[in-house]
Design a protein around this ligand. Sequence first.
Ligand code: RIB
Length: 283
Amino acid sequence: MTRPRITVVGSVNLDLVVSTERLPEPGETLMGGSFSSHPGGKGANQALAACRLGAEVSLIAKVGRDANAEEALALLKRDGVNLSGVGVSPDQPTGVALINVAADGENQIVVAPGANAVLRPEDLPERIEGALVGQHEVPLDTLAEAVARCNGFVSLNLAPAMDTADAVLKRSDLVIVNKTEADFYGRQALLAVGGRVAITLGAEGAILFADGVEIARAAPPKVDVVDATGAGDTFTAALTVALLENQPADQALRFACAAGALAATRAGAQPALPLRHAVDALV
Ligand code: RIB
C-alpha cells in the first residue's frame, strides 16, 4: 500500500509535566510528585503519531533559537518526520506547555505559545500536496492560508476551541473535536458544515458523522490510563491516516479509538504515541 502523504501545519511545544494525586482547584496550591519534560504540542504530536502509524509526514512549524527547541524536536527527528519546514524565530522562545497530570490520567494544560504564535502564511509552501492536518495552536490566518493552499484531504482538529472561519470549515473533509469543543461550536452547527465530523467522548469512544448523519460509533478497548495527554492528537492522526487508506468508516473509527487509548497508557505526549503494529494488534 502507498503510504499516505501528510503535511501537518501546527505547534511544537516542550511539555513541562508535574504529576499530582488530583487536579488543583482554582487558587489552590498542591504539592506534586515527580517533574518530567517531554516533546509535545498538538501539531508535533499529530505529526509524530501519523508517522508512527505509517504515513510520510512533513511538519511546518516554528520554534525558538533555544535549547528547548532541540528537546522538543528530538523524537520527530529520530522517527523521520520531515522537518525542513520548521523555521526558527530570532526573538520568540520555543512554545512551552505547563501540564498537570492527575493519578486518574486526567490533565490540565496551559500553553505559552512563543514561536508558534509567529508562524505566518509566508512560512508556508506555495502549495501543499497531499493531505493537510491542522489545529488551533498556531495563528488562525496561517491555518486558513494552509487550507487554501492544500490540494488534497483537509483534516482539522478544532482544538483549542476558538472561532474558525466558515470557509475553513467548509473546505475541511474531516473535523475532529472532543466533547467540550463540540459544546463550544455547537454540535448542530458543526454537523451543518457537511463533510465528516468526529466527536470524541473520552472513555466512551467516538462518533463519526458524514453530512450530518451518524455513520459509525466505536468504543475504545479497555486500557489502564496513565496519562491522557496526546490521546486526542493520536486519535486525530489515526483517523486521518485510516481514512486516507480508504478504510471503511467503522473500521477507521475503531482504529482511531484504539490508537488514542494506547497513547493514554504511558506518560508524556510523544513518548506514548503508539506504533502501527501495536494499534493493529489491539484492533
Ligand atoms: O494535546 C496535547 C498537547 O497540548 C500537549 O502536548 C501540549 O503541548 C499542548 O499543546
